[in-house]
Design a protein around this ligand. Structure first.
Ligand SMILES: [Zn+2]
Length: 380
């Protein structure tokens, strides 16, 4: 939010005749109430594992110091307080973060992954809305709610700055990786994991009564002298958007490379899986001389690649290419099935490549969420 917000606050704004031009400023208003209730609010906000910029954003909501159109109009910095996005009503913090169609859509897609309140059920309790919202929630839900509101405000600012806003789905993916990495840091501040402890995932409290056995699977490093490649594909049938994610690590869990890719010509999820595997393997062959264990979470893809007979499906060219790459090298290369939890980083990378859309390779590194997740998956 930072830069957009600042640019927003410091640009020249229209004033009624006679007022000339001025710079808008919405500083914090610490003086607004200092009772016990206030202290409880700050405790909830500052105790949340959200990044500082998100907590500052929450502070601004509580102190009613966001540069909403209603706030600007009350200072004669805008002629009207109506929402610049939908125009339906005054844009106060509640409208911008919970009522505007843009906000509602992001709340809706976030609720697909996390147990957060339904946006329709949120009541406008004024600037202290955040407190009444967060108070009854557990820590994970508090984090998700704050991150969602922060993201809504960011997207809203992109639009008011005439930038192309990210789709709700892109924001969902972005927040998913971000929140997971934040929770890893929170749980494992030293990155010092007990063996067998898995990376934090959003507990789906949506179905707490589920009797399904708890999946404890976690990424396992390859045996010494080997490297492990995890790849995954991401495909959205409705739009045809696809992406691939890959990460190569050694037996100490160190990243050799991580990569994401937008897949432009992809017809289905299996093709995205295979395409990510092909590209991941090609990169891995260049980045290490050690034998490679390739892990995918698609049973179909693994069985197609490892089948003895020639593939006759529409994917035969891709299968053939993967096999050719694997046989082009004297070292041992094998393919195996893993669980989705074991494939989480490449999964997130694939979604990132698809939704941004972006293609990139990072050597011995990766985006923040990749580094944090990899740190959490490192062997002790
Ligand atoms: Zn609106």
């Amino acid at each position: 939010m930072g830069t957009g917000e600042e640019r927003y606050l410091h640009r020249s704004v229209r004033l009624p005749p006679g007022h000339g031009r001025a710079r808008a400023s919405f500083g914090f208003r610490h003086e607004q109430g200092t009772g016990d209730g206030r202290r409880a609010i700050w405790k909830i906000i500052w105790g949340c594992p959200a990044p500082p910029k998100v907590r500052v954003f929450a502070w601004r909501v509580v102190t009613n110091s966001l540069a909403t159109w209603a706030n600007k109009a009350s200072r004669h910095l805008e002629l009207t307080g109506f929402c610049p996005l939908c125009g339906v009503e005054r844009e106060d913090g509640f409208h911008a973060l919970c009522r505007c169609p843009l906000a509602r859509e992001l709340w809706r897609v976030m609720a697909l992954d996390w147990n957060i309140p339904k946006v329709e059920a949120i009541v406008n309790t004024g600037p202290e809305l955040i407190f009444s919202l967060l108070d009854p929630l557990d820590e994970t839900a508090r984090l998700v709610v704050l991150m969602t509101m922060w993201r809504v405000w960011h997207v809203r600012n992109e639009i008011t700055h005439d930038k192309a806003p990210p789709t709700a789905e892109a924001s969902r993916r972005f927040l998913h990786g971000y929140i997971n990495s934040l929770m890893c840091i929170k749980q494992h501040p030293d990155g010092n994991l007990e063996k067998g402890k898995m990376v934090v995932l959003p507990s789906p409290p949506r179905a707490p009564e589920s009797t399904a056995p708890k999946v404890r699977a976690h990424w396992v490093p390859p045996q010494p002298g080997w490297v492990k490649l995890n790849t995954d594909g991401s495909y959205i049938a409705a739009t045809g958007a696809a992406g691939g994610g890959m990460i190569l690590r050694d037996d100490r869990g160190e990243i050799i490379y991580s990569a994401c890719r937008e897949l432009r010509t992809c017809d289905n999820a299996l093709e995205a899986e295979l395409e990510a595997c092909r590209e991941g393997l090609e990169l891995a062959l260049h980045r290490s001389n050690l034998p490679i264990l390739v892990e995918l979470d698609s049973a179909e893809a693994v069985s197609m690649i490892t089948a003895r007979e020639m593939d006759r499906s529409s994917h035969r060219a891709l299968i053939k290419e993967i096999r050719r790459l694997a046989e082009s090298d004297a070292r041992e290369i094998s393919f195996t099935l893993c669980s989705r939890l074991q494939n989480m980083i490449s999964h997130e990378l694939a979604a990132y490549g698809r939704s941004t859309p972006r293609t990139a390779v990072w050597l011995t590194a990766g985006m923040d969420f990749v580094i944090n997740l990899a740190l959490a998956e490192k062997p002790p």
